[in-house]
Ligand binder design. Sequence first.
Ligand code: R5P
Length: 298
Amino acid sequence: MIVLGRDGFSEKLAKKMHAKFVRIESKIFPDGESYFRISEPERVKGEKVILVVRGESSKLDQNRMLTESLLILDKLKELRAKKTCLLLPYIPYARQDKEFLKGETISIKTFRSILKEKCDLLVNVTSHDFRKEGWIDRKTYVMDATDSIAEFLKSKKFKDPVFVAPDMGVNESVEKLAKSLGGNSLGFKKERDRKTGKIRTSGKIPNLRGKELVIYDDMVSTGGTIHNALKLAKKTGAGKIICVTIHMISVLNKKHGKNSIDLIRDECDEFLATDTIESEVSRISVIPDLAKTLLKIF
Ligand code: R5P
């Protein structure tokens, strides 16, 4: 088995899986086009290959991730790999999973079907719920990262914590975390203006004086969703608030004039993310669970 990738994450994954690691070299041409090269092409023939395509929070380029996936998967076919698995810890365009306004593209549906045609197995870590859309089949697998998060949070030794969903869309995951860490859950309602993108968050504010609160969301982009939830959570009188997310995409929050990592970090006691995307708050690793899962399914 070979793990193919460009960063330390793929190298660690290979080690955990007792697989060989082969590096992908890359550069960007002056006109913006991408260049990729498998550094040891002679090792691929007849092997099972896991291609890892992953980005860094502050310079995440989702379009380049898709280009890299398509180009390398074709190259692996040409080099006669025995079987290929595309691992996108964060799958680009995951949020565009519905036609909210008539005429909009359902981008993730298109990209998932193109990508899975090019490989034997497409794997990503929890994003929007593809199960609900009926998009999970024998060629696709979504690994739930709440197990890795729960495992990490055990070390915090919470006493009666409350897990908060900043948006009903992640309520199921929040309840799962509450169950595995022995706490209660609370959900806020988020509404988004589909034209302006502005969000409004509302919900009951119970008295949680002195308690530890964990606000969880599957991804952070501008930070607006968690920031709104933080404002409500603070009104509960909680003693400590931790924010945690799976995919940390760090962008400028124009309303607050701050990068989303700083926006959230400045308002809570601790801000944590997994390493599906490299970021300065990525302290929870999904590598152990991914290694176990991949050894089982691929
Ligand atoms: C939305 O449906 C997702 O679950 C996240 O809540 C959202 O993508 C977070 O975006 P932002 O940080 O820009 O509010």
